[in-house]
Write a protein that binds this ligand. Structure first.
Ligand SMILES: CC(=O)[C@@H](O)[C@H](O)COP(=O)(O)O
Ligand SMILES: NCC(=O)COP(=O)(O)O
Length: 238
């Protein structure tokens, strides 16, 4: 089974735009879970333009499925996740102020930093995942730094999907088989949507979890949140 973790960054973005607490992130998270989501993700960035650091503790109190916190492991981020102990922390190599995530870690060049960070998280009992491109050298590096899982950055797959989906998926299928050989758990995310998700999941041996936010929240404008979550779950069950 591939778990669906709903990323609520875009819900937080709407909340923040009026300086009040509506939509309320905790309520939306609980509703997503009631509607079938198997996890909740947020990605607080240093400017807190969508998810805020304080959202981590608030969500930790209510989430009954799996709470996944994504982000660059600056000291503030680390203090917040070590205090709240979400189920999973996904390390992402984003610069402060980056519009959105657009690449995976250099797990070889940043090995010392990643290893120290992963050790701190694992010592606190938190499962770790690191955001990577589908590249065998980077997967070897991921294994060496001790992460439990990797999350494939699926932006390039999503962008190429319309033009040539076989070419788009090929590096991911290959890397996914290699990650399994190494014993790494496999997550994936970025720009997955109703059109590309079923194909992606079907071609990815061992895929454990997808985190989806931008497209899912956008689809909810048309179909409603409950229907939308069911539609994504249906894509994962094909
Ligand atoms: C790592 C990743 O792909 C997601 O966390 C994504 O970056 C969240 O998207 P936004 O921050 O752009 O909403
Ligand atoms: N880790 C990917 C994620 O949480 C959501 O990315 P997107 O669906 O908002 O592109």
């Amino acid at each position: 089974m591939v778990r669906l973790s709903v990323n609520l960054n875009k819900v937080a973005l709407i909340r923040n735009s009026r300086g009040a607490d509506y939509p309320n992130l905790v309520k939306v998270a609980k509703d997503c879970e009631a509607f079938g989501a198997q996890g909740i993700t947020i990605h607080p960035r240093p400017d807190e333009r969508h998810a805020r650091y304080t959202d981590v503790a608030a969500l930790k109190e209510v989430c009954t499925t799996e709470l996944n916190i994504e982000g660059y492991p600056g000291e503030k981020f680390m203090q917040v996740v070590l205090a709240s102990k979400p189920d999973q922390v996904t390390l992402v190599p984003d610069e402060p102020g980056q519009l959105t995530s657009d690449h995976g870690w250099d797990t070889v060049g940043k090995a010392d930093y990643l290893k120290k960070t992963i050790d701190r998280l694992k010592n606190a009992g938190i499962r770790t995942s690191i955001f990577v491109d589908p590249d065998e050298e980077m997967l070897d590096g991921a294994l060496a730094v001790g992460t439990d899982r990797i999350e494939f950055y699926t932006g390039p797959f999503a962008h190429q999907y319309q033009g040539d989906r076989e070419a788009a998926i090929a590096p991911f299928t290959k890397a996914s088989a290699y990650a399994r050989e190494l014993g790494l758990g496999i997550n994936a995310g970025h720009d997955l949507n109703l059109e590309n998700l079923a194909f992606f999941a079907a071609q990815m041996p061992g895929l454990q979890e997808v985190s989806i936010g931008h497209a899912l929240v956008s689809d909810a404008l048309y179909y409603g949140l409950e229907n939308t979550i069911q539609m994504y779950l249906q894509r994962l069950s094909l």
